[in-house]
Design a protein around this ligand. Sequence first.
Ligand code: SF4
Length: 432
Amino acid sequence: MKAEQRKATRKLDEGAMERALLGKVNGLVAELCKTRKTINLMEVCGTHTMAISGFGIRRAVDPRLRLLSGPGCPVCVTAQEEIDAAIDIARGGLGHNSAKTGTVPRSARTRGTVPVFESCPAPGPAVVTFGDMMRVPGTLTSLEREKAKGADVRVVYSALDALRLAEEAPDRQFVFLGVGFETTAPTVAATVLAAQESKVSNFFVLPMFKTIPPALEAIASSDRVNVDGFILPGHVSTIIGTRPYEFLRDKYHLPSCVVGFEALDVLQGIYMLLRRMHDDLGENRDSPRPRGRGRNPVQSLFSGHDQRPKVENQYMRSVKPEGNAKARQVMDTVFEPCDAVWRGIGAIPGSGLAFRKDYAAFDARSRFHVRNRQSSIVNRKSGCRCGDVMLGVIVPPECKLFAKACTPESPVGPCMVSTEGACAAYYKYERA
Ligand code: SF4
């Protein structure tokens, strides 16, 4: 059989499998919804959000199965004050008064609640970041707008690109924005180790990382959020494995499944979650519904004799229970856990990464004396409901600004800016 024929046959096979899985998914939804109105599954990863919208999965499944977006888009969860800090550093490189005196002008220091960039040796640093970050609004402005005004803001595809810029221009200072989850942090940590090895002293990182398990804990423990199970991120899980998610079942009695990114992967992951819920329900049919937070009637199953996996793994071809030990070791060498603020959600204990003492020389936050201040007032006034979208409290069209005041061309919040944002996904694929 020729290669093209084989490809076409594979596509047909996949199509048939997708239809078969869809039938099974909808059959399970019908079964489960005999005793409930809806089933709420949260896809934690922005790439899953795009896949679910782009492949038309949300429209294909029984509407009683609600697929809610979670806080897994790295750009979306970057706090407003973190953007402000990056902007403040970028402003330090404008070449106006600050370049001469090493401080920002008085007007900039006192405006609103923007973090203060206190000192900077001239010429100021260049801010280097991924393209998605450029249009994310801070309290008053964005990196894109600051660049248009003359700030030295550059777009790269990797942390290593940023290090190369620093190596090529030893007289300038370069601040790379460390945005992302456990997927990105090891590569940034490896870049810091490479900078140390090469004795590069003009490369810094502004750490804005977030880690996924503490965010899941915040969601699982929240009374505002109604989630029956989690579609877990494939990429993050290749690094951390499946074990850090076991608390979801142990402590919150919620099923979860690590899932890949093809349509078949997503459908199979959903099927595995529903099947688990169905099995649990069958075994627990006569047990009373748990009190308090418990929305999942399976509590009595967890008395120590349940031998089934605590976390389902649909993405076994890439994810091992122990994850990638080498990547984690690199990350843990350079960074340590710290509290972090998630945009629209708030502070989550232990959900960020800060430089360890031995690598403090690379920390842009201390190098440029960036102080954070609360900057949520403007955010609340804007009417943006990104926080509620990322907690699955609403779906994007329920935000009154969606597709009116807020569009990809003129975004009000980061969920509309990022290519992985839930609002951008709905806008692109799911507008009525
Ligand atoms: S539609 Fe716009 S304003 Fe509303 S939640 Fe999404 S990004 Fe925020």
